[in-house]
Ligand binder design. Sequence first.
Ligand code: DAH
Length: 330
Amino acid sequence: MMEKLRTIRDAAEAALGDATGPDALEAWRVEFLGTNGQVRGLMNALKDLPRDQKPQMGKALNDLKETLEACFAQAQGRLSATATGPSIDVTEPGTAVHQGRRHILTRTIDEVVEVFSRMGFTAVDGPEVEDEWHNFDALNIPADHPARDASDNFFLASDGGIRRLLRTQTSTVQIRTMEAQRPPLKVVAVGRVYRPDTHDATHFSMFHQIEGLCIDRGLSLTDLKSALIGFARAYFGPDAEVRMRPSYFPFTEPSAEVDMKMLVRGHMQWVELGGCGMVDPNVLSAVGIDPEEWSGYAFGLGIERVAMRRYGIPDIRWLFENDARFLRQF
Ligand code: DAH
């Protein structure tokens, strides 16, 4: 009988290894541990054993039953672990993977600079923390000019007697470029500028400008206008137009506001983009360039205005809230 018990144990262990699904496992349980199973069969045969063998055999049979029950529980655990593992329902809608993209302003900046560089302008830049010389004096903005009021600027703590501020315009880069390089020059600079404006749909205390500066011999308003038209057509399309309205800036003479006619939601519309003019002789003198020999034109356009009108964005604040639902649209 001991022999038979071992045979059953070996057979049960081998068969359990082959039981890979719930049905096979159940069949195994019925075969070995069921009411009419092999273990039960041996237990029934106990009563026919000689009395002195019964205790030993009984214990061996109980051990076998417990071992097989433990094996069964283990196999069941293994099977259900695989069953609850990753299951794939190919009819379920997929999880959308959102691809990252450049911010709409970054893209606008890159595209605008790309157009100007094809037109022969070199990209330069300058610091956002400036001194009054670069932000005002060298740009022919007198000491008593209202643009210098504390309420219109972010002044910083002065440092060694020099008052510093967050630049209010990228025109500062005109000065920095002319201080560092001799003419002829043809550069553009894009960057952030800061003004203490109350935030609303069209105002934000930080925004971006693109500044252009060209210094050469014998430049005239014609050169300025053809540069602006060249940009407008390349960027907004062949039907774009440029309009210059007389204006005043301390650093240009004459000065003008620049409007560009572009497609705004299906209609050609005039949009004010910034200012421009012929570089004032006082500005050239301030950086040691002889205004008798050299002349220049300059312009400054608002990047947010370009992007907002081109893409029909009604509120400048949306550009800086970084709500992915908004940014994903561009
Ligand atoms: N700096 C001016 C502003 O912030 C814009 C501007 C006007 C720039 C005329 C220029 C210019 O270069 O020539 O409003």
